[in-house]
Design a protein around this ligand. Sequence first.
Ligand code: CMC
Length: 431
Amino acid sequence: MSKDTITLTDNTTGKQIELPILRGTKGAPTVDVRSLYKELGYFTYDPGFMSTASCRSAITFIDGAKGILMYRGYPIEVLAEHSNYLEVCFLLLNGELPTREELNEFTSIIQDHTMLHEALQNFYNGFRHDAHPMAIMVGIVGALSAFYQDSTDVHDARHREISAFRMIAKMPTIAAWSYKYSMGQPFVYPKANLSYTENFLHMMFAVPTEEYTPNPLFVKALDLILTLHADHEQNASTSTVRLTGSSEANPFAAVAAGIASLWGPAHGGANEAVIRMLEEITATGDIQPFIDRAKDRDDSFRLMGFGHRVYKNYDPRAKLIREICHQLVNELGTEKMPLLSTAMELEKVATEDEYFIQRKLYPNVDFYSGIILSAMGIPMNMFTVIFALARTVGWISHWNEMMQDPESRIGRPRQLYVGKDTRDYIPIDQR
Ligand code: CMC
């Protein structure tokens, strides 16, 4: 057996094949199984993709055992301290940090694209007043493809670039307007003199009757939350965007599919579920019954904001969010963040409990983020919308990478069929 292959023996037939081992810059070596079906006639079985690399990617690296997350080679802690969301967007899209000039140009392009076509307001008005903002977002982003038909040639690099700019620029407007619609307040137009994050807060909270200036600490905290959520390699929503895009569907449709996937409580919807759980615990004043329920195999209840498919250590994003939580509580006072002490106590009890230790279950990114968003006055049903806003750049970067990868094919998994074998049709009056 050569060093960079793995030998597979079919014990039924005695036939052997050598499968190449691919080695990336970092991370687990990967067995290339593409020839397996052709050579031996077997599929691989891996529900939930526990051991499957679906693509090559140079965007984000995670070491789940060590709790490491890097965008384009830069550790998340370094970006959180020195960078900001828009610079991170440039980095994710282009692979390198921008020069001052490049960042100025990128910022001005994004500012130029923040407005929505006026006709899109008709789409908002078609929703029920109490529609979930994620439902609105899926609909509006999907509808964008009907407005930008000039840029949906997925094989044209310029079309892909302009679609990326449009989506990154318009997502705060789309998100803020879904909130405004649910509140029955007038839509607030984007302002080019505000930073990306200030602009979002302005469109969320400004009303025509008053001046609105966002609290600088809120801007800092929200910008950090956006930065930490910008990408996370091949998670469910990113894989959905890739799978949708692999059929050469337009990028607006692919991102709308990603938003739909993110909505689930096992993924981006967890931040909303965390707050509901913390409110319930705070109301009862007793953590232990919730811990006991989470450990009970016969109870479907899980500690929301705990555990992760990849991190088997403290999620580095949760650490950074917990730090900014403390800065906020110092400035705002505990009464503005009533759930923080429950969250910290819950974390302590859970991380000292054998069940959670054995299974390597730690707080994930969603555990503390909702507490910050609540302190800013952002309602719970907007949390996942903000996650979607932040993740848009990650989705687009992955879609773009896939479109340029010569090894990309339409995503088409196979299956292990366990249904009926061929049978005879029985006429209805004989059944
Ligand atoms: N509370 C209690 N037990 C848990 C939890 C939890 N939050 N998470 C996992 N477990 C247990 C699970 O019951 C299983 O136990 P056993 O081995 O005895 O059957 C073991 O830990 C492994 O769990 P799993 O379901 O096989 O792990 P997974 O990788 O399939 O699921 C997860 C990962 C994130 C879906 C899961 O940990 C979970 O449901 N967490 C709560 C929801 C949540 O916070 N989601 C946000 C994820 S981070 C942000 C994002 O991705 O969008």
